[in-house]
Structure formats: structure tokens, C-alpha cells
Design a binder for this molecule. Structure first.
Ligand code: 26Q
Length: 819
């Protein structure tokens, strides 16, 4: 039990609780028209959210007033995804009213945690990139920096994952943003967004080229503001999410033409623009609706940016003095063409001036090295949807190619390599190239990733403009991922270090003095145990499975992707199973926990889930495994589920093929909650290992360089690995001998891919992976040493706070004034 707060503090909590209690009663009565005896848990959820919302609004208005009084440069973080999760507890925590709210509710016979558990996750993102955006907006507010997240208010966020046996089934996840207590609609600040049509050529009196875009369709972008409060409650910045609505302007035109049915149909199709988040973390090439979504975001955001700028009274050339636009991957890259269009066609700036303003304003973060994940849009599609933008992209390209030719003469291959247009049977616009030329900064999200961008992804651009490339290693907010997710560990930190660590994570260093304090290490062990018991109860309650909190919890939670190699993990589980049941070796008790969604159209990923669930079923029902080995695939991975699993993990699986995972952020969350990492030297794993020391990190496998070399010279022969490893042979055989399948032949493609191609080098790393797991199992037997290692790791992970990351962006890229 955490110690009771000191008296003055607890007096304050009692007083605050009394106020909250009164407000709760009043919300229940006047907003919901309910008496307490008849109120449901959902009613109480609304009531407590409204009580919190009042304080959020106060903080928001105060922030806006301060920012108006002292105009300063502001960052606009443009992202197609913000994976926010729940807000009630995080807002209570930031406002410093969590304990008081808990007390108020308990005085009324209610359990805060139980009621908070009714809140629906806002799942407006797929995974890492979307969650990073949410952490960044929170850090901006905590640091008191002026910023705004700009995104889309999807009606349907990422699908809910259900199962039909072992197969993933996707269900729609409606997010009722229109009725969320955290969202304020700003219909008065709506803007018009144009699409389709054609460009008419005009010349001004002075002969200047003045094209006019005559749009074929028009819709409205409605801002919906979600205040994101910083820790301490002083600053609330906005997450502004745009929703699309049919515009009356256009409907009238169609009505006048007498085509009623078409008018109504059109309304349906414009409103589909913000209907649903694309559920893939890879581009589905050429989807018109996705392109329109991306343009919709950039047009709405830029409209607001320029409106806010116009309040400054400064000339438009000074835009970069007041606005920095950060592109979260290439998804909002059209902002570059849109800004050029507005500056040239509407503000009548000369091209070169407009181009300098655009470059000085925009900057681009890359999140992927996989070539298939780079966005490309067919020229034909872009020309049809955004004719004027396509002209502008051509103009940008021809000027850039001119520079390239000056530099490389007629080395056509090199010049073609940087072109914004990819030639081929169908021509495409390469969005990463547009983002690079239109930005003053291009950053990767971990050191290795940034090196690979420079050396392999776009080496020619790096040669042309090396000064633009820089690294910003990702981070996570310690508020959600420690204070909120792991309250007991947080309380221990508070006691040992004082409360400041939550806004200054480097203070975890202060724990270093305690690694030999056995009382503290024991408390840490007890906290981990309590978290593991809590997760066991959840697993039992939701899936009916019994797992043993004394066993080692080995956790892999992330999107299902071949490059992340969940397959390597499950092959190792099969190996352990065979040792246990076929070879009669004993193993130390362990529980393997998986969670993650596969994109609906990604057959290979769905097959991997199927295999994991089938192996789980076989193992969990085999009496020989009882007390030794169990496997759990938890359905419907999302932010809230991550918050439950992470504090309970002993081992964190970060096993992507070296050179494929840009950074990873789950690796940081798990390590900060006291899990030890088994990982390849990939993404931010490398930096985590540098911080915690190699003796506290279970590294294995090929290096990125080795993988790269084998890919280039084609020397990898997966069958050689099988020949050299009897264990591997045995494991692969189980994929086709009917042991795990319900459907005969189901895993043949999986086995064949491994044997004949193995694009992600599973077999090459298998033996090393099994060996390092042997060492982990040995180390876990010595509990004291294990927890001491975990403590040592936490001590050295302050670097991975998103506060540090955001400060670096603010200083190096956005050039914001210090808070
Ligand atoms: C693009 C076009 C059309 C449809 C979908 C997409 C799309 C959507 C999401 C493409 C990519 C994504 C998401 C990528 C992502 O999450 N990348 C992860 O970013 C994290 C934060 O930087 C890193 O830690 C991970 O390593 C990286 O995989």
C-alpha cells in the first residue's frame, strides 16, 4: 500500500472531493435529469467527465488568452492519425484531481476505476505513428509550448478485433465524437474545400500567369476541438479534428439543375470523407477516398493556419516566423502543393518567394524504411482530383530536376532517382520526394533509422542537401505510460524521488543509488507481482483462461506484420512445447502473451494470428503443459489494453528483422515499466541498449548491415539454416503435420515462404533467438537479480520521454521560443 498523503495534502483532497461531489450531483440532475438511485454507470461517466470538462475549458481559455497576449511561433502537427485512447483518467491526473475524484465517487458509493472503464477508446489511428502524435500533443501542453494537432474526426476509428475460432473478424468501431464530452464543435470556423474540376488559363494585365481552378465539387470542413491538457493543468493546446459535411453551395447548384437524387447522393458521398480511418499501416495504392482524406486534412489545416496568421498583421512572407508545419509521414504532404497554390494564386507571391516560405514552414518526419510502405499516387488520379495541385507538382519537379542536372550533369539515372515522378506503365507521384524537397528538415525517428534514410532510402537527396537531414529519436509520455498505467510503481517513484520525475524523466537516475537497496527491489517485485495478478484476473474474466502470475510473462504486443516477426516468437513457443512434450525436458513456467491487429487485407498477417491462436489452443488444452507453458492471444489490442498489459510484463519482445523497424515505441513503454528486452539491434532498441548497458539487454540476431548485404548479394539460403538446426527442422514440420491446424494445409504457404524465401530472415535468427531465451529463463530464476536489472534499466531510460523528443523538435526544427 502506498503511504497516505501528508495531512495538508489530504485535507486538500477532502475539500476538493466535497466540491466535486456537489458538481457531480448537479450534473446528474440538470444535465442528465436523473436522481442518483436511477443513474447508470454510463450516466455517472458523463457526469464526472462534465465536471472535468469545466476545468479543461477554463485551462483552455486561459491558455488562449495568454497566447493572444504574447504572440509567438506555433507548431501545427499534421497527422492523419491521433491514437488518443481514453481521456478521463489522464485528464484527472493532469489536473491533479485524481485522488479527490476517487474520494468523491467513493463517498457516493461509486468506484471511479469501474466507471472510467466504461469510456470508449478514441482509436483514431492504426498504431505507432498515431500514438506518437498523441504523445507529442500531450508533451507540447506539458511543456507549455504553443501547438495544435490537426487531424480527422473519423466516425469509425480502427476496427474492433473479434475472433471466429482462430480467425480475425473486423467489426466497425463507431466513435461518437459528436457527443464526446471532450469535443467542442466549432461550426463557426468551418471552411470550404474544393475538389475535381479543371484549371482555366488566365493572364493578368501585367502578363503574369493567373490560372483559376474551377472546382467540380465543394464540401465543408468542420473543426472539432479536443483540448489536450498538460500535466499540472496550466496549458491546454488543441487537437483539432475536422469532419466533412456536404456544402450547400454545391447542393444548390445540383438542385437547380433539377437532379434531386444526385444531389442527395452527392451529400452521402461527401460525408463519407471523414467516415472511416484506413485500417492499414501501409498505403493501399490509388484509393481515391484516401487521397481526398489527405487533401481534406491539409486544406482544412492550412485554412486555419493562414487565418490565425492573418491576425498577426504581418506580411505573408513572414509566415515562418509564426507557423511551423510538421508532416507526420507523407500523409499530409499535399500541404506543400496547397501552400504553394495559395501563396502563388491567391497572395500573388512570386514562385521563388512562395517556395522559400513553404520550405521554411514545412518539415517532414519519415516513419518507414519498407519500400512498399512509401506513398505514391497515380498522376492520372491526382490530375483528376486536384488539377491545379498536379500542375504545381510538375513545376516543383522541373525546377528541382534543373538543380539536379546542374549537380550531376547528364547522369540520367541519378536525376531520375530524385524525380517526383516515377515513370512506368502508370506514372506516379512519389510523396516522400515531394515532402523532402518542400521541407527544410527531414527526420528519422531513431539513430539507425535516420542513417538508413540517408544511406539507403534516399541517398541522392542526402547528397544534394545533407544539412536538411536529422534524427529525432521517438519518446513516450510518462504521464500515461507510467503515472496512469502503473500507479503503484509511480507511487514508489514519488516516495523515492519526489514527484518531479513525471515531468523530468531524467530524474529516474536518482534510483541508481537504490539498486542495491534490497527493500526497494523487493517492493518493486511486489508491484510487478500485483500487476501480473491483475492481468491474470483480466485474462480469466475476458477469455476464461487461467494464467499463473508466478510464471514469466513474455509479451509481444504490436500490429501484426511480417517484419515484426511474431512468427519467430511463435516458432520459439512451438520449440519449447516440443521440448516439453516430445523430449521430456522440463522448462521454467512461462506465459506468452500476444496482442495486435492485422490489416483486414493482409492475408499473411492474418495467417500468423491464426497460427498463434491455434498453437495457443493446443498448448493450453494439453495437460502436459499445465503449470509450465501457456499462450494467450488477447483480442482487440488498443491503447487501453496496452495500459493493462505493459505494467505486467517481465520480458518485452522487440524482434523485428534488423533494419526494418523505424523506431518502435512499445519497446520504451515496456522497458520503463520494468520489463527486460529481448531484441534485435533495430530501431530505438539500439539506443535503449546503449542506455541500459548490454548486460541488461538480451540482444540477438543479424545486424542491419548483414541483412542489407545479404539482400543485395542474394546470398541468403533459408534451407541452409534448416539443414544446420535439428530444432528448426522439427518446428517447421509441425506447421504441416496437422498438429495445430483445424484446416489442413492452412500453414503450407507460411512454411514454404520460410523455407524458400524468408524475406524477413526468421530462420537465420532462430537459433540465436532460442539461445538468448535460454539465458533469459536462467536469469529469471534468480528473482532478486532479475528485479535489480529491471530497476537498473528504468534508472537509465529518462531519455525516452516524449518531452525530450518534443523539446528537440522545438529547438532544432520548429524554432519555437523557450517555454
Ligand atoms: C498510408 C496511405 C494509405 C493508407 C495508410 C497509410 C499508412 C497509415 C499508417 C501508412 C503507414 C502508417 C503507420 C506507420 C507507423 O505506425 N509507423 C511506425 O511509426 C512509429 C512512430 O515513429 C515507429 O515507432 C514504428 O517503428 C513505425 O513502424
Amino acid at each position: 500500500m502506498p503511504d497516505l498523503p501528508r495531512n495538508a495534502e489530504s485535507d486538500q483532497i477532502v475539500q476538493d472531493a466535497a466540491v466535486i461531489q456537489q458538481e457531480l450531483a448537479s450534473e446528474l440532475k440538470y444535465r442528465l435529469a436523473k436522481v442518483p438511485e436511477r443513474a447508470t454507470e454510463d450516466d455517472w461517466l458523463v457526469a464526472i467527465c462534465m465536471v472535468v470538462r469545466r476545468r479543461m475549458v477554463t485551462a483552455l481559455l486561459a491558455t488562449q488568452q495568454r497566447q493572444r497576449a504574447q504572440p509567438a511561433k506555433k507548431v501545427y502537427y499534421l497527422s492523419m492519425e491521433f491514437l488518443v485512447g481514453r481521456s478521463l483518467v489522464s485528464n484527472l491526473l493532469s489536473l491533479g484531481m485524481l485522488d479527490a475524484a476517487r474520494m468523491a465517487m467513493s463517498n457516493m458509493g461509486l468506484d471511479l476505476e469501474r466507471i472510467a472503464d466504461r469510456e470508449h477508446d478514441a482509436a483514431l489511428g492504426n498504431g505507432g505513428l498515431g500514438r506518437l502524435a498523441a504523445c507529442f500533443v500531450e508533451s507540447l501542453s506539458t511543456l507549455g509550448l504553443p501547438g495544435m494537432g490537426c487531424g480527422i474526426k473519423y466516425d469509425y476509428g480502427l476496427f474492433r478485433q473479434e475472433f471466429d475460432g482462430a480467425s480475425q473478424v473486423e467489426r466497425a468501431d463507431f466513435w461518437d465524437g459528436d457527443h464526446s464530452p471532450w469535443v467542442i464543435e466549432r461550426a463557426d470556423e468551418s471552411c470550404i474545400v474544393n475538389l475535381y474540376g479543371h484549371v482555366e488559363e488566365h493572364h493578368a494585365l501585367d502578363g503574369a500567369y493567373r490560372p483559376t481552378w474551377v472546382p467540380g465539387a465543394t464540401l465543408l470542413g468542420i473543426p472539432n476541438d479536443m483540448p489536450i491538457i498538460g500535466f499540472g493543468g496550466r496549458t491546454a493546446n488543441l487537437l483539432r479534428l475536422y469532419s466533412a459535411r456536404a456544402s450547400e453551395v454545391l447542393d444548390m447548384g445540383v438542385f437547380n439543375a433539377g437532379d434531386y437524387v444526385r444531389a442527395v447522393q452527392h451529400q452521402i458521398s461527401t460525408e463519407t470523407i471523414s467516415k472511416v480511418l484506413y485500417p492499414s499501416d501501409e498505403p493501399s495504392q490509388g484509393r481515391e477516398l484516401r487521397l481526398i482524406q489527405e487533401y481534406f486534412l491539409t486544406a482544412c489545416a492550412l485554412h486555419d493556419i493562414l487565418r490565425e496568421f492573418s491576425d498577426s498583421g504581418l506580411p505573408i512572407e513572414d509566415l515562418p516566423k509564426r507557423a511551423a508545419i510538421q508532416l507526420n509521414d507523407t500523409h499530409p504532404t499535399l500541404v506543400i502543393a496547397e501552400l504553394m497554390r495559395l501563396l502563388v494564386d491567391h497572395y500573388h507571391l512570386l514562385w521563388d518567394v512562395a517556395w522559400s516560405v513553404t520550405q521554411a514552414t514545412c518539415s517532414y518526419t519519415n516513419h518507414t524504411l519498407l519500400p512498399e510502405a512509401l506513398e505514391r499516387w497515380p498522376v492520372e488520379l491526382l490530375t483528376r482530383v486536384l488539377p491545379r495541385h498536379m500542375q504545381i507538382i510538375y513545376e516543383i519537379n522541373s525546377r528541382m530536376l534543373e538543380v539536379a542536372r546542374q549537380r550531376w550533369g547528364d547522369d540520367d539515372a541519378r536525376v531520375a532517382a530524385v524525380s517526383l515522378i516515377e515513370e512506368g506503365p502508370t506514372r506516379h507521384v512519389r510523396m516522400a520526394h515531394l515532402a523532402i524537397v518542400g521541407s527544410h528538415s527531414i527526420n528519422g525517428v531513431a539513430q539507425l533509422h535516420t542513417e538508413l534514410i540517408k544511406q539507403s532510402l534516399v541517398p541522392h537527396f542526402y547528397e544534394l542537401m545533407p544539412e536538411r537531414f536529422n534524427n529525432k529519436t521517438n519518446g513516450i509520455t510518462p504521464r500515461r505510460w507510467l503515472a496512469q498505467a502503473n500507479p503503484e510503481l509511480s507511487a514508489l517513484f514519488d516516495e523515492t524521488l519526489g514527484p518531479e520525475w513525471v515531468v523530468d524523466l531524467e530524474r529516474l537516475r536518482g534510483l541508481a543509488r537504490h539498486v542495491d537497496d534490497s527493500a526497494l527491489v523487493q517492493r518493486l517485485a511486489r508491484i510487478k507481482r500485483a500487476n501480473k495478478e491483475r492481468l491474470a484476473r483480466y485474462v480469466h474474466g475476458t477469455m476464461g483462461l487461467v494464467i499463473d502470475p508466478a510464471s514469466l510473462y513474455d509479451v509481444q504486443i504490436k500490429r501484426i506484420h511480417e517484419y515484426k516477426r511474431q512468427l519467430l516468437h511463435i516458432l520459439h513457443v512451438i520449440h519449447l512445447y516440443l521440448r516439453l512434450v516430445d523430449h521430456g525436458h522440463d522448462i521454467a513456467p512461462r506465459t506468452h502473451l500476444f496482442a495486435g491487429k492485422a490489416a483486414p487485407g493482409y492475408a499473411a498477417a492474418k495467417r500468423i494470428i491464426h497460427l498463434i491462436r491455434s498453437v495457443a489452443r493446443t498448448i493450453n488444452s494439453d495437460p502436459r503443459c499445465r503449470g509450465r507453458l501457456s499462450v494467450v492471444f488477447l483480442p482487440d489490442y488498443k491503447v487501453t489494453l496496452a495500459e493493462r498489459i505493459i505494467p505486467a510484463a517481465d520480458v518485452s519482445e522487440q524482434i523485428s528483422t534488423a533494419g526494418t523497424e523505424a523506431s518502435g515505441t512499445g519497446n520504451m513503454k515496456l522497458a520503463l515499466n520494468g520489463a527486460l528486452t529481448v531484441g534485435t539491434l533495430d530501431g530505438a532498441n539500439i539506443e535503449i541498449r546503449d542506455c541500459v548497458g548490454p548486460e541488461n539487454f538480451y540482444a540477438f540476431g543479424l545486424l542491419a548491415e548483414q541483412v542489407g548485404a545479404m539482400r543485395r548479394d542474394g546470398s541468403y539460403r533459408p534451407s541452409d539454416c534448416v539443414a544446420a538446426s535439428p530444432a528448426l527442422r522439427e518446428v517447421l514440420a509441425t506447421l504441416v503435420d496437422g498438429r495445430f491446424e483445424s484446416d489442413r494445409g492452412m500453414y503450407v504457404p507460411l512454411r514454404d515462404e520460410l523455407l524458400h524465401r524468408d524475406h524477413y530472415f526468421h530462420l537465420a535468427d532462430f537459433d540465436a533467438y532460442a539461445d538468448v531465451h535460454g539465458a533469459i529463463a536462467d536469469d529469471f530464476k534468480d528473482e532478486r537479480t532479475w528485479h535489480r536489472k529491471a530497476l537498473h534499466c528504468m534508472t537509465h531510460l529518462g531519455h525516452f520521454s516524449s518531452d525530450r523528443t518534443v523539446r528537440e523538435y522545438a529547438r532544432d526544427i520548429w524554432k519555437l521560443a523557450h517555454a
